[in-house]
Design a protein around this ligand. Structure first.
Ligand code: SAH
Length: 467
């Protein structure tokens, strides 16, 4: 058995969920950062557990044919783009395989059973850069005390100075440089986590498109009640194209949580607008919102296609967030019921419905696994058949997937179709195992790359009732 400091030679055959390369020696599994499927590497052992361990590359003995040059000089220490050294084509193949492997390994589907399922090729981005509409940059100082903005080095709180992230919008750099210059000129301090002193903690930038027009939001998170000379900064930021909303967020707590609750408006409205398809969403600094709107549209169009609505259907949308999917569905359904645990998101959902003149969507706050069973029992009692027996149920749960109580009620409601939007194909596979054992059949799977260069995989599945 290997121990810390040993040197091993391994063929990399897989990626972990965090994008580390995975290889095996005998029955031992190694997680090796910065290695790529197809590489053969020499690595030094960092840490071992019973059946797996972590190692660091010392030499690449054979380069994978899927290796490409890193485009970003801070990709390694930042770690946000775990797959950047893999060609985009190979990234897509990896993601597609991961979904299929999870269906087999964790969903209990045989290869033959999957032959019966329509598994479409993954949909990637034409231009897989600058896709994110939201970025949060920590502000701090380097060893010499110079002000910097950038990213936390993977799993630490030391800031790598970098204002030109290739996943964010190109404008972010100008915005950050403008803020840093202003701070230098007016001797405004950055926050220091170790002493809890200093003013500026983070800069949040969000971007939207309202009927083709750019809308930019800048929110500066401060450890204090005001930003001195903020009128000077506002004037400078206003000259940046699309600048719509500038605000301060107050966070005086000694905490890892980036945003506080209180917001002070400095310029423009508190929200910006982003449109996905023909639906407009209002986004505040605190709202949850999808970070890749182009691919979100692709994913939700697929969900809508799978839901196959004609205008007569009743639909439950569980884990609905700010109602993004619900409002898409509502345009094509008779009635939509959304359920979401975060109250603020439900308020956004209701406002978004109003803003888009959608009157056939109702939203409920609470855990899906509690609200759904309770509403189901109630609807049964009151003879509200459309609520107790919807035509379609859509779910878009967080990574941990659906709670068993939620799945049980979904099955009891006997919808014709379920559409499962998933950000973790492992829990999707687990939940499909339950659903397919309880009167449902997996019909279609579509993977959509929402997060190029990261190891995240999103997909949508169509599940149909067996007659
Ligand atoms: N479909 C939404 C968001 C999906 S993300 C959109 O596109 O905007 C998953 C959502 O599930 C989050 O909004 C999260 O707050 C919510 N959530 C997490 N656990 C939940 C639970 N047990 N019941 C209901 N909603 C939950």
């Amino acid at each position: 058995m290997n121990k810390k400091g040993d040197v091993i030679e391994v063929d990399i055959t897989d990626f972990s969920t965090d994008g580390e390369g995975i290889g095996k020696t005998d029955a031992f599994t190694w997680f090796i950062k910065d290695s790529v499927i197809g590489d053969r590497v020499r690595a030094v052992v960092m840490k071992t557990k019973k059946s797996y361990g972590y190692a660091r590359v010392v030499e690449i003995l054979k380069e994978s044919k899927d290796r490409v040059e890193l485009r970003c000089p801070v990709a390694r220490p930042c770690g946000g783009c775990a797959l950047q050294s893999v060609s985009y084509r190979a990234q897509l193949a990896f993601k597609q395989n991961k979904v299929i492997n999870n269906l087999i390994r964790l969903g209990g589907f045989s290869r033959e059973a999957l032959e019966e399922v329509e598994i479409a090729p993954i949909i990637g981005m034409k231009e897989p850069w600058h896709y994110r509409n939201k970025a949060q940059y920590p502000i701090g100082t380097d060893r010499e005390g110079n002000l910097i903005a950038g990213f936390y080095a993977g799993r630490t709180h030391s800031i790598i100075p970098w204002t030109n992230c290739l996943l964010g919008q190109k404008k972010n750099r100008i915005i950050l440089e403008t803020i840093l210059d202003f701070m230098r000129e007016h001797h405004i301090s950055s926050y220091d986590e170790t002493t809890s002193k200093g003013l500026v903690r983070h800069v949040l930038i969000r971007e939207g498109k309202d009927q083709g027009q750019d809308q930019v939001m800048v929110c500066i998170i401060i450890n204090g009640k005001s930003l001195p000379k903020s009128n000077i900064l506002i004037e400078r930021l206003k000259s940046i194209e699309g600048m719509t909303s500038i605000s301060l967020n107050i966070n005086t707590q000694n905490t890892n949580v980036i945003m506080g609750r209180e917001i002070l408006q400095l310029f423009g409205p508190l929200t910006i607008t982003d449109s996905i398809g023909d639906i407009a969403f209002e986004i505040s600094p605190l709202s949850f919102y999808q970070v890749n709107p182009l691919q979100t549209k692709v994913l939700y169009d697929k969900a809508l296609e799978f839901a196959n609505l004609t205008g007569k259907e009743t639909v439950w949308d569980l884990y609905c967030g700010i109602g993004t999917i619900s409002l898409f569905l509502a345009r094509k359904a008779k009635q939509v019921y959304g359920v979401e645990i975060v109250e603020a998101a439900i308020l956004d959902a209701k406002n978004n419905a109003k803003k888009n003149h959608i009157t056939n969507a109702d939203f409920f706050v609470g855990k899906a696994e509690e609200v759904l069973p309770a509403m189901y029992q109630n609807a049964l009692k009151n003879g509200n058949h459309q609520q107790s027996h919807p035509d379609v149920i859509v779910v878009d749960p967080p990574r941990k997937g659906c709670d068993r109580a939620c799945l049980e009620t979904m099955v009891a409601m006997q919808p014709e179709r379920m559409v499962y939007v998933s950000c973790d194909s492992a829990t999707l596979a687990r939940d499909l195992k339950y659903l397919t054992a309880n009167g449902y059949q997996l019909k279609k799977v579509q993977t959509v790359d929402q997060f190029p260069h990261t190891s995240h995989v999103e997909c949508v599945a169509l599940i149909q009732r067996v007659k």
